[in-house]
Design a binder for this molecule. Structure first.
Ligand code: BES
Ligand code: MG
Ligand code: ZN
Length: 498
């Protein structure tokens, strides 16, 4: 898809379709009077009959008379002006793109950059709109026939009307959206890849290929090296699978030479069967998404490198498969982690925290400024927040505050849960330093309390994205499957760090 910037009067532009966004109850203006003349009174007739009121979700497609410059005009309801937001702007852009694509209209002109929106500038609105377009164009079709009849048109040429706005700023915002959604779609592809394809080695090779493409360094620690260094918790999870584990280490250096890096750590369980503590069969297929944290980290590194962000980044992904077998760890086993701390494994399905324990210990070597981990860690997080927000917890309020802000701004919402000292009692073990489950109560918090034991040396935040990495139901801009959640929020956060 090519997204371009257009200046000037909307009604004077040639295009297969001109798209105008209208708030409910705001259906009178000079522009709309002119428009009505161009379409021979059909606009006024449609609003008088309430066929179009400007309510959210409404579309009215008008075909031009002899006077229209565009071949068609699509009116899009934006809902109440007071309720409108960047989030709503991204959504309405995606749903408009999908509406037109279904009508085989892949090229059109959008006036959305001109929609007034408090506390935003043109660049931010243009970036949001371009994201809405690019995300609407995403499909995971690797295993589907190429040309199925009745498929929506691919988006081809989309013009953004910016009236008298600054075209250079708008173009830069489009380029940013392309880099960011490129990272999101890379992450979605990784999550959607089926387990038979997606071995830990596959994830590692995808990371290496991406690193080469954007010019960042990649290093892999294989089983032998992990054994040599003592990644006992990670190896414990990996030992039930025929497939070898890898620790993926990526470095992007956009900041100054001796600036401490920001470390991003992503849970990379390519398939989580639960191990000996086997999961029930229902929806087990979805557990191919248990590397959603890893995908977010890889997508963010790709986007950050393409945006040439002025920061140093470290990306670390422990990639393993969690399987039951004769060589698998059992409930009751005790593992010695990379940190030296011993862990009693009470449930082999609480494997994410085991691999993260070693990854969090490992990143301390890089003397990170901040460490942020992302993980599809607990079912309890879905009970608490559903599919509307990721949980954020950590040991540094300033970092958490900045992440919450980036979440709000990007539309990838986070909600803080407490990590009070009192919860630590729930993960005390009789036979080891810690145990890997804390009982049913406060499952997301006790998982974070476990991680905190391995993240004490630096400023750290943990995002539980269990409810956000996978969409059970598709919507505009987000088909069923991998979401790429975290990339947009993290880039927003990183752009705020100079
Ligand atoms: N990968 C799961 C968590 C999960 C569940 C993610 C549903 C996405 C959707 C994780 O490894 C897990 O199984 N956690 C257990 C922990 C428990 C045994 C302490 C859980 O949440 O049940
Ligand atoms: Mg599990
Ligand atoms: Zn898991």
């Amino acid at each position: 898809m090519k997204i371009t910037v257009k200046k000037g009067n909307a009604l004077k532009q040639k295009s297969p379709c001109l798209v105008l966004g209208l708030f409910s109850g705001k259906l009178k203006s000079e522009q709309l009077t002119q428009l009505d003349q161009q379409v021979a009174g059909t606009f006024n007739r449609a609003t008088r009959s309430k066929e179009f009121t400007g309510a959210k979700g409404e579309f009215l497609l008008l075909h031009g008379g002899s006077e229209t410059v565009a071949e068609r005009i699509l009116l899009v309801g934006l809902g109440k002006e007071a309720d409108f937001s960047l989030r709503a702007l991204r959504q309405v852009t995606s749903s408009t793109a999908q509406y037109l694509a279904k009508k085989q209209l892949g090229s059109f002109l959008l006036d959305f950059p001109q929609i007034p929106l408090k506390k935003t500038d043109l660049a931010e609105r243009v970036q949001t709109i371009a994201e809405g377009l690019l995300l609407a164009d995403y499909h995971y079709d690797r295993y589907l026939p190429k040309d199925k009849p009745g498929q929506p048109a691919a988006l081809a040429q989309v013009g953004l009307l910016i009236a008298d706005g600054n075209p250079a700023a708008a173009k830069e915002a489009i380029a940013a959206a392309e880099a960011i959604t490129g990272g999101v779609c890379f992450a979605r592809d990784l999550v959607n890849a089926p387990g038979n394809l997606k071995s830990p080695e596959y994830l590692a090779m995808q990371a290496v290929a991406m690193a080469e493409q954007v010019g960042i360094t990649a290093k892999l620690l294989d089983r032998r090296e992990l054994e040599r260094q003592g990644f006992g918790a990670m190896l414990g999870v990996a030992q039930g699978s025929e497939r070898d584990p890898y620790l993926i280490v990526l470095e992007y250096r956009g900041g100054s030479e001796n600036e401490q890096p920001i470390a991003l750590v992503g849970k990379g369980v390519v398939f989580d069967s639960g191990g000996i503590s086997l999961k029930p069969g229902e929806k087990m297929d979805e557990m191919k998404m248990d590397m959603g944290g890893a995908a977010a980290v890889l997508g963010t590194l790709q986007a950050a490198a393409q945006l040439k962000l002025p920061v140093n980044l470290l990306g670390v992904v422990p990639a393993v498969e969690n399987m039951p077998s004769g060589t698998a760890i059992r409930p009751g086993d005790i593992l010695t982690s990379l940190s030296g701390k011993t862990i009693e494994v009470l449930n082999t399905d609480a494997e994410g925290r085991l691999i993260l324990a070693d990854a969090l210990t490992y990143v301390a070597r890089y003397n990170p400024r901040y460490v942020i981990d992302l993980a599809t860690l607990t079912g309890a997080c879905i009970i608490a927040l559903g599919n509307q927000a990721a949980a954020v917890l950590g040991n540094h309020d300033g970092l958490i505050r900045q992440l919450l802000k980036a979440g709000e701004r990007s539309g990838e919402r986070l909600w803080q849960l407490p990590l009070w000292e009192e919860y630590v009692g729930q993960i005390k073990s009789d036979f080891a330093d810690v145990k890997n489950t804390g009982g049913r109560a406060a499952g997301t918090i006790t998982a974070a309390a476990f991680l905190q034991a391995f993240a004490a040396q630096y400023k750290w935040a943990h995002l539980d994205i269990a409810g956000m990495a996978w969409a059970e139901q598709g919507k505009a801009g987000q088909p069923k499957g991998g979401t790429g959640f975290g990339v947009r929020m993290l880039i927003n956060y990183l752009r705020d760090q100079k």
